[in-house]
Design a protein around this ligand. Sequence first.
Ligand code: HSE
Length: 425
Amino acid sequence: MKRVNVAIMGLGVVGGGTYDILTGNHDHIKRTQGVDIRVKKVLDRDRERVLGRGVPESAFTDSIDELAADKDIDIVVETMGGVEPAKTFIIRMLQSGKSVVTANKELISKYWYALEPVAKANGVGLYFEASCVGGVPIIRTLTESMQANRVCELYGIINGTTNYILTKMTEDGSSYEAALREAQQLGYAEFNPTADVDGFDAMYKLSILSSLAFHTTVPYGNIYREGITRITAEDIKSARDLGYVIKLLAIGRRENDRVEARVHPTFVPVDHPLAGVRGSFNAVWLTGDYVDDIMLYGRGAGARPTGSAIVSDVVFCAKRKTHEYTDFGIAEKADSHIEFATDFSSKYYLAVTACDRAGVLAAVTKILGECGVSIRNILQKGGEGEYAPVTFLTHTAKEKSVMTALEKIDKLESVRSIDSCIRCL
Ligand code: HSE
């Protein structure tokens, strides 16, 4: 039976989960997959942490040179996170003839173009199923199950932390701040939650997923990004009153050579399957020209689900004699024939606070009309005092037209503030 030796770089939450699966399910994997996979080395700065997880002392190392020189190591798992030193270490491992499995979405999104050629030149594999949507097998689905199709659309909830926060706000009426604190206490959100709440994590994942789905480089710099930090309890309540829930969606579309990629809070109709994706769960919706719609659902983060995706890559890699790379040749910049949408169409939820007197709504709706934004629903709430909150749902309109209209509305003396502008699915 084929024997494969693995090293793990970084025994934090995900590295630890990977170690547990590789050791705990060793016999099951050996019996069902026909490969005997052993963890030979664990590289970490913190010896006590490693030994505390039950790793034998002989397997511990804090030397990347030792890993590079060890000819018996076939596959290296990178679970350190961040760009450096992960990037330098991965390049070193690939150059030493070892395949790499990583969960690092920021690194893959930013430096995939630099890593893939090194893997190719050395005839080794570079696998990153765990970088996107945790335990949900989205990358393998795109690369191994959708070959018959042109994927024209991909959208979903691909960040668990923000979905947890938005679910708490929706179901318990929590404020954004309280829901974030709870997410931090549960270990979903970091002490500095920017990567999640400002949409960076979802943007990196969308860059990877849409590149694979659309067979062309979708650089993260070409993705429109907006996080959830401005979502208020009032937005959540308005959404519910209008038959929606708010979700942070990542949306990718390709039509001929036009690609659209964006991450932003979105009004999702309550009867849409994505509306029922609660807490830290994730889900991705794919549309292929022949298969039609597919939805994948599961845990997008955590030691066990992410470890499961890593081990799946380890097994996939261990069973292969040769490795495959992107058919389109991932690059630093987008292909010159690809046009990235700077304008797109959507329905919108808009909220303004305006003087509660005759003619004010007429002035606002006049601007919307002049900008080609057609109104589907208007609701004024309250109006006891001088100002009243007014919300609008629009029919499908152009993003640029809506932004132009909002700029003009903001300048009206009778409008105190533009409170919200949220796109609708
Ligand atoms: N922080 C991510 C999330 C998990 O909340 O979904 C890792 O990408």
